[in-house]
Design a protein around this ligand. Structure first.
Ligand SMILES: O=c1cc[nH]c(=O)[nH]1
Length: 174
């Protein structure tokens, strides 16, 4: 794991997601092989996967994984999202790099892994994220995180797009 040389890791409450993206691109280049398939977790990981796919010059469309059907709180919340999984390739034997904006408890990653395995048995699955924050509740970790941020349990990270099209993370009290 690496830490970007930007204000994003200095405790600033405003993280420059574009700087983090540049760092993520650098890390993903080291993880990707020609046959690697990029798959974004809906919704925050999909724009990442699409930008990476374009910036890496990879052919085809990225995959999308929805956690909706496998959430462990499905019984209480029902369908928390209308996003649908789209995997236009054979998952069996595939080398898959899952992308998300923030890794927090690990529950969403657990849910999308269950979803992924409904489609087949990949050869390998790895995870890259823009931001890894504290608060893991499952034995899940990222293979690459552009930044690590320590927040209190009452805080969350929200991604916002500015009028100029750049992205920022804001720390919010929940
Ligand atoms: O399964 C899940 C996924 C995200 N958040 C949860 O609380 N549960």
């Amino acid at each position: 794991m690496t830490t970007p040389p930007s204000a994003a890791t200095t405790g600033s409450l405003l993280l420059d997601a574009e700087a983090l993206y540049a760092e993520l691109l650098r890390g993903v280049r080291t993880l990707c092989e020609a046959h690697t398939r990029l798959v974004g977790i809906a919704s925050g990981g999909v724009w990442l996967a699409q930008r990476l796919q374009a910036d890496l010059g990879l052919d085809g469309s990225v995959g999308v994984l929805s956690s909706a059907l496998h959430r462990d709180d499905f019984a209480q919340r029902g369908m928390a999202s209308s996003a649908q999984t789209q995997l236009a390739f054979d998952v069996n034997g595939a080398d898959i790099l899952v992308l998300d904006d923030v890794l927090h408890t690990g529950r969403t990653v657990r849910a999308v892994l269950n979803e992924l395995y409904d489609y087949g048995r990949p050869a390998r699955v790895r995870l890259a994220v823009l931001v890894e924050r504290n608060g893991r509740e499952l034995p899940i970790q990222a293979d690459f995180a552009a930044a690590k941020v320590a927040l209190s349990p009452t805080q969350s990270l929200a991604l916002a797009r500015t009028d100029s099209g750049s992205f920022h993370f804001h720390v919010q009290e929940v």
